[in-house]
Design a protein around this ligand. Structure first.
Ligand code: CS2
Ligand code: MN
Length: 355
């Protein structure tokens, strides 16, 4: 296991590399070229510049989150081959710069969906939250407006203004796409990119849909054990793997997280570990990482990762906003640093117990 933190780049992140370097046990960052639109080629120069900047601070790049997949690829549109070629070129440039992990998602239109970005908890911290009744009242096209006023002046992944201007068009693109078609399009994409992944040993790690069910009538497929095993088997290559995100799979309470981890042995290339607190079946909020603050047994999650011999990067995911920090919701420094320290502590204990 390698503890990392997500970093959006000096132009976008309120957290600095210097701060990340001071979190005990964190040596790697998970980063991205945040201003690249889905479908654009990442040049070798741009990647090299990012890499140099990270390395100058005493850290290194553990992986990319995300190289976003264009909607033409997800919908199997007539331009998909062009965008897949661009994606391959980006992977090739990443490979040449010695980067071997790419997280991506295959969610239609919206990335993760939440009904609130600043829900106040009893300790005064604020968190991202999801309430199904509130979501049911939202017109999807208006979703961006409600999200954008809570972004604390930042741009959140998947909620870029340029993208949301086109939200109507985007919905239209998915009109005829159901789960089966989405699976087919994912398979087509994966088959095309596997050769370059094999050549440069790039592990693709698909991020689950969050929440792990259909929202606004859009298809969602990376939601449970059955589907993720289907996805791995349909392109049976070790480079076709997963990001295990406890907070995303965990939105569906039928998902047994430790069991899922065990059945994905060898194919989990990246892990996001965070806790959720369920207030009811239709309402949850993002809790502190500590087990007792939420609904998950974080020890069992870390133990399952340990038991399958997981040796990839792991990162605390969405933190609470605490200590008056102003940052991108979910991506402040303080609570994610606490999360990293806690997860490191669990790991050390599990490791020592097993020796
Ligand atoms: C999210 C996503 O849960 C998460 O990690 O913040 O934005 C995630 O980074 C993407 O879906 C991965 O492509
Ligand atoms: Mn995640």
């Amino acid at each position: 296991m390698e503890m990392t933190l997500r970093w959006y780049g000096s132009k976008f992140d309120t957290v600095t590399l210097k701060q990340i370097r001071q979190i005990p046990g964190v040596k790697g960052v998970i980063t991205t070229l945040y201003d690249k639109a889905a479908g654009e080629v990442w040049s070798r120069d741009e990647i090299k510049k990012l890499k140099d900047e990270v390395e100058k601070s005493g850290l290194y790049i553990s992986g990319i989150e995300s190289v976003n997949v264009h909607d033409e690829i997800k919908t199997g549109g007539e331009n998909r081959d062009k965008y897949i070629d661009n994606y391959i070129e980006t992977l090739e440039n990443l490979g040449k710069e010695d980067i071997h992990l790419v997280c991506y998602n295959f969610m239609p239109v919206f990335d993760w969906t939440r009904s609130e970005l600043n829900r106040k908890r009893s300790d005064g911290s604020t968190v991202l939250a999801y309430n199904q009744d509130d979501i049911d009242k939202i017109v999807p096209e208006k979703m961006f407006e409600s999200i954008s006023k809570d972004m604390n002046g930042t741009v959140m992944p998947g909620w870029e203004p340029e993208r949301m201007e086109k939200v109507k068009e985007l919905f239209k693109m998915y009109e005829d796409i159901d789960d089966e078609k989405l699976f087919e399009n994912l398979k087509y994409f994966l088959e095309k990119i596997m050769p370059v992944c094999n050549k440069y040993d790039i592990k693709m790690a698909i991020h689950p849909d969050d929440p792990a069910w259909s929202v606004f009538g859009l298809p969602r497929i990376i939601i449970n054990k059955e589907n993720i095993l289907r996805m791995m088997n349909m392109v049976d290559d070790v480079h076709n793997g997963v990001t295990f995100c406890s907070g995303s799979y965990g939105t569906n309470r039928n998902n047994d997280l430790p069991d899922m981890i065990r059945s994905l042995k060898g194919r989990i290339h990246f892990a996001h570990v965070r806790n959720l607190k369920f207030n009811s079946d239709r309402d949850f909020e993002e809790a502190a990482h500590l087990s007792s603050d939420g609904s998950f047994d974080m020890y069992e999650i870390m133990k399952a990762l340990y038991d399958i011999g997981f040796d990839g990067p792991i990162r605390p995911d969405h933190g609470r906003m605490i200590w008056d920090e102003v940052a991108m919701p979910g991506y402040g420094l303080y609570d994610r640093a606490l999360g990293a320290a806690y997860l490191n502590g669990l790991w050390e204990a599990i490791e020592k117990q097993n020796k």
